[in-house]
Design a protein around this ligand. Structure first.
Ligand SMILES: [Zn+2]
Length: 414
């Protein structure tokens, strides 16, 4: 399994900046040359052509970087172009990369990394001494070091090593053969169901975190709008905004990792072989929902959670598949009639069934996966709430108790 480890970096600031500045320079040269050629001659340069030109233009210049770190910086531009093309194909409006970069993460490929016992040697340009990193203890048994990156952390304002390693461990045997369905939601990040019991992973901290970030950002933007664009105050606020966004993104990511871990742990406990995830891409991207819902939905990063669940499940030997989630939140699992739920509890007017809204969604996703349509499986077990372990510390212990299916008052309180 390939994993990235983030480790503290002891290279001094000036040296680390110089490396990343050199990477940024090479990236910018390629980008500028590419667009200039396109503007003047209408010719879209190939990656190969741009690299060749850039190498020749810099042949006489002294550099700090290893030849393959230079390659990585040059390739960065064309990789970004490729991403843009993929996004456009998926119907998103994105621009091709055009910005100049003062700094860029320096990348050492396998060819620039040598290992001497517990020390990694990162090669620089010819004649320059290598950078030495002492491998932390937990990385000493890894099979292979794939890549090392020198990343500047904008929130902590210092550099870190991102070390990509092949652990050499194989994925585990799947804990069982049952199929478990996951419904990703905005209020509760995930509900997991095996058709019998339902586990709702709640993380209010995640939601309030997103709301706070949006609110605070609006405040800062408001203040910035009173300044003259490009003035000293304006720039100062821009730096603050950038740093704030970066901090919030890190916090959110941390919680999303914890949520996905909880989902996978639940699936393991349910002896799953397959996880069916409701495909909510349409809900989040195409439908116009009005100002308030749109804000909620656009702050909701379901794609990441799905991605995190997928790779964490793969390590446990569990497969994941996407399932069409249309009508899964509306269909009654007991009688199959369809109506929109109000509030957090789904109550059926026809047969009197009552249950947690997200639990109903999950069980219907399972029904779609197994029978091709929602409403064919009726949950008979209990509904449990689970708060990801480290987030729980922040919260009152009251909310962790069990709530039986069909007790709307207690369920609604959550
Ligand atoms: Zn019903």
């Amino acid at each position: 399994m390939i994993r990235t480890h983030i480790e503290p970096c002891h290279v001094n600031r000036a040296e680390a900046d110089a490396l990343n500045r050199a990477s940024g320079e090479r990236y910018t040269q390629v980008a500028v040359f590419h667009w200039r050629t396109y503007r003047k001659h209408g010719h879209w340069l190939s990656q190969y052509g741009a690299e060749k030109w850039n190498d020749r233009a810099n042949a006489e210049q002294p550099t700090l970087l290893h030849a393959h770190s230079v390659d990585a910086a040059q390739q960065g531009f064309y990789k970004a172009c490729k991403t843009t093309r993929a996004c456009r194909k998926a119907g998103l409006e994105t621009r091709f990369p055009y910005r100049r970069k003062k700094f860029r993460t320096t990348i050492w490929k396998q060819t620039g990394i040598r290992r001497e016992g517990d020390t990694l040697l990162l090669a620089r340009a010819r004649g320059q001494p290598s950078i030495r990193i002492t491998l932390p203890e937990h990385l000493r048994d890894v099979l292979d070091i794939r890549e090392v990156r020198l990343v500047y952390d904008k929130a902590k304002r210092r550099h870190f090593w991102h070390i990509v390693v092949e652990h050499g461990t194989q994925p585990k045997e799947a804990p069982g053969t049952t199929t478990v369905a996951v419904d990703l939601g905005e209020v509760h990040p995930a509900a997991v169901s095996d058709g019998h019991d339902t586990v709702v992973v709640t993380c209010r901290a995640l939601r309030s975190q997103r709301q706070y970030a949006a609110k605070r950002l609006a405040e800062l933007r408001q203040r910035q709008s009173t300044c003259k664009r490009g003035s000293r105050m304006w720039k100062r606020l821009q730096r603050r905004i950038n740093r704030f966004l970066y901090q919030q993104a890190k916090r959110t990511r941390d919680m999303e990792h914890k949520v996905s871990r909880e989902v996978v742990n639940t699936a393991v406990a349910m002896e799953a072989g397959t996880i069916a995830i409701g495909d909510v891409r349409d809900a989040a991207e195409k439908v116009k929902l009005g100002k308030k819902s749109n804000q909620k939905i656009s702050n909701w990063s379901h794609g990441k959670v799905r991605q995190y669940i997928t790779y964490k499940a793969a390590a446990e030997g569990i497969q994941t598949e996407l399932v069409d989630e249309r009508y899964t939140s509306q269909t009654c699992p007991s009688c199959g009639c369809r109506h929109k739920p109000r509030g957090r509890v789904y109550t059926c007017g026809q047969c009197g069934f009552s249950g947690h809204r997200d639990g109903v969604g999950a069980v219907n996703i399972l029904s779609v996966q197994q029978h091709g349509e929602p409403g064919r499986i009726c949950p008979t077990g209990s509904t449990t709430y689970r708060i990801p372990y480290n987030v729980r510390v922040l919260r009152s212990p009251l909310d962790t108790g069990q709530v039986a299916c069909g007790q709307p008052q207690e369920a609604a309180a959550l």
